[in-house]
Design a protein around this ligand. Structure first.
Ligand SMILES: Nc1ncnc2c1ncn2[C@@H]1O[C@H](COP(=O)(O)OP(=O)(O)O)[C@@H](O)[C@H]1O
Ligand SMILES: Nc1ccn([C@@H]2O[C@H](COP(=O)(O)OP(=O)(O)O)[C@@H](O)[C@H]2O)c(=O)n1
Length: 220
């Protein structure tokens, strides 16, 4: 029987991390954990409670009231309410990038992520998986694509979902988030020294999955 490893995928916004992670998890029969969704839940809850996301103390006080559950079919519940679609709103994306700067928020979520990842056979995507959450992951991927390509992908995804979308505004939003995520004091987004970079700009989904599966095969 092959070994059940841990896989970390990090990279900037809309690089295709979660799409690839889901496809690889399905093919390996691994558990996929979307850590970005957890930061989105914290921001969503702050917005719901009319708490200013830039108020670190007020946001940190909310953590004790936050119960996040993730189901194998991709459903995300916050305090038993289905927030799967609601957390994808633009305002929540920007809010997530703000609350993810706070130490209390990060330690609260990182602890949960490590608990969920116990035992291996998992694939986590986010910003700090290879550098912080799963420093010992057997496979670390740093997935990138040009900003134009990432903005266009997110734009197409929105249109497909029937959400209003403006390409220039999306590009501006993800550039702003990347800048914020890469320059924050705690666990900034960066490539782990032992991560393998994949630039997906000119690759199809199938090509990216094949590349990741090849790297997995070398490790199990
Ligand atoms: N070669 C590719 N690799 C990864 N994603 C791609 C590729 N081509 C198109 N996409 C699309 O890019 C979009 C954004 O991907 P997503 O997984 O949400 O990114 P992230 O999790 O990094 O924010 C998805 O609609 C996905 O289908
Ligand atoms: N492990 C993680 C995952 C997300 N995040 C934060 O959460 C935000 C939303 O993450 P996401 O992965 O859902 O975003 P997209 O790349 O899907 O647009 C990011 O912009 C980061 O600020 C983080 O700090 N650490």
């Amino acid at each position: 029987m092959s070994k059940k490893i841990s896989i970390a995928i990090d990279g900037p916004a809309a690089a295709g991390k979660s799409t690839i992670a889901k496809m690889v998890a399905k093919s390996l029969n691994y558990t996929y954990i979307d850590t970005g969704a957890m930061y989105r839940c914290v921001a969503y809850y702050a917005l719901l409670k009319n708490v200013d996301v830039t108020d670190e103390q007020a946001v940190s006080m909310l953590l004790k009231d936050i119960d996040i559950r993730m189901f194998p079919d991709g459903t995300i519940q916050l305090n038993r309410e289905d927030v799967t679609s609601a957390i994808r709103e633009n305002e929540v994306s920007m809010g997530a990038s703000v609350v993810s700067q706070y130490g209390a928020v990060r330690s609260f979520l990182v602890e949960k992520q490590r608990e969920m990842a116990q035992g291996g056979g998992v694939i986590l995507d986010g910003r700090d998986i290879g550098t912080v959450v799963l420093k010992d992951a057997e496979l670390k991927i740093y997935q990138v694509a040009s900003i134009e390509c990432r903005a266009l992908r997110r734009h197409k995804e929105n249109l497909q979902r029937g959400i209003d979308s403006d390409l220039a505004a999306i590009q501006e939003e993800i550039a702003m988030r990347d800048q914020q995520d890469m320059t924050r004091a705690i666990s900034p987004l960066k490539k782990a020294d032992d991560a393998i970079e994949i630039d997906t700009s000119d690759m199809t989904l199938e090509e990216v999955v094949a590349r990741v599966m090849q790297l997995v095969e070398e490790r199990i």
